[in-house]
Write a new protein. Structure first.
Length: 256
C-alpha cells in the first residue's frame, strides 16, 4: 500500500509538471506574438523591446523543456515503483492468498515470483505438513463398544489444501490461519473421527479372549483418516494417521 501511495504522489507531481509546461508554452507563444507585433508596428527602440520579449519567450521555452523533463523523470520513478509493487515473492511451502480491499480472491499464488495488482494484499499461509501427537496427558479419550473408556495414543500428519487456501483464509482469518484451522477444525474433527471409529472396538480383542482377533491398528488408523477427510470438507489434506497404543481404563483391564 505504501508503494501505491508513493506512486500516486509521483504521478500527481508529474501531472503538475505537465500543467506547468503547458502554461510556460503559452507564455512563450504570447511573448513571441508580442515581439512580432512590436516589430510590425515599429514600437521598439533599436530592437530593445523585441529582444526582451524574445528573451522571455526563450526563457519560457527552456523552463517548459525542464518541466517536461521533470515530468518524465517523475513518471519513470512512478513506473519503477509500480513495477516492483506489482511483484511478490512467495516462500517455499507457502501459498499466497490475495485480497483487494478485504475481498478474497479465489486464485492463489504459488511459491516463487508472482504478479499482483497495485491494490492487492498478499497473505502467506503455511502449507507445510503439520504433525499433531496425542499421547500421555493429551491422549484422546474414547468410549468403546462395551461402554468403558480408553486412551488412544495417536498421531495425525496434515496440511492445508493449497487448492482451498482462499477458503481457509476466508473462514479462519487471523494472524495465523493454519493455527486457527488446527484449533477450530483439525483437532475437533480428528477427535470426533477417533471416537466414531472406536465406538465399535471390542476391548477383549486386545487380549485375544474368546478367539477375538487382535486389533489391526493400521486398519483403525485408516478408518479414522478416511472419516476425518470427509468431515474436513476438503480444506485439509490428511497425510497419515497412526495409532500406537490403546490404553484401557481400569474397569476394562479387570475383565482381561
Amino acid at each position: 500500500m505504501f508503494a501505491t501511495i508513493m506512486t500516486a504522489i509521483f504521478v500527481v507531481l508529474a501531472i503538475g509538471a505537465f500543467v506547468v509546461r503547458g502554461m510556460l508554452k503559452q507564455d512563450a507563444a504570447a511573448a513571441r506574438a508580442k515581439a512580432e507585433d512590436a516589430n510590425d508596428n515599429r514600437r521598439y527602440d533599436g530592437g530593445t523591446e523585441k529582444s526582451d520579449l524574445l528573451g522571455k519567450a526563450d526563457a519560457a521555452d527552456n523552463a517548459s523543456t525542464a518541466a517536461f523533463a521533470s515530468a518524465m523523470v517523475l513518471l519513470g520513478i512512478a513506473g519503477i515503483i509500480m513495477f516492483f509493487a506489482c511483484q511478490v515473492s512467495i516462500q517455499p511451502k507457502q501459498v499466497g492468498v490475495v485480497t483487494t480491499w478485504g475481498k478474497v480472491h479465489e486464485q492463489t499464488l504459488s511459491p516463487g515470483w508472482n504478479w499482483k495488482g497495485p491494490f492487492d494484499k498478499v497473505t502467506e499461509i503455511d502449507a507445510t505438513t503439520q504433525t499433531d501427537e496425542y499421547k500421555g496427558d493429551s491422549a484422546i479419550q474414547v468410549r468403546l463398544k462395551d461402554g468403558n473408556t480408553a486412551e488412544i495414543y495417536t498421531t495425525v500428519r496434515w496440511s492445508i489444501s493449497e487448492e482451498e487456501a482462499s477458503k481457509v483464509y476466508s473462514e479462519f482469518r487471523s494472524d495465523d490461519p493454519t493455527e486457527s484451522l488446527r484449533d477450530a477444525m483439525v483437532s475437533t474433527q480428528f477427535k470426533a473421527a477417533a471416537n466414531a471409529e472406536f465406538a465399535g472396538f471390542d476391548p477383549l480383542s486386545l487380549a485375544g479372549i474368546d478367539g477375538s482377533t487382535p486389533p489391526d491398528y493400521k486398519a483403525l488408523a485408516d478408518a479414522v483418516k478416511s472419516r476425518m477427510e470427509q468431515e474436513t470438507e476438503g480444506l485439509v489434506k490428511v497425510r497419515s494417521v497412526t495409532v500406537s497404543l490403546i490404553k484401557l481404563d481400569k474397569r476394562s483391564q479387570k475383565h482381561l
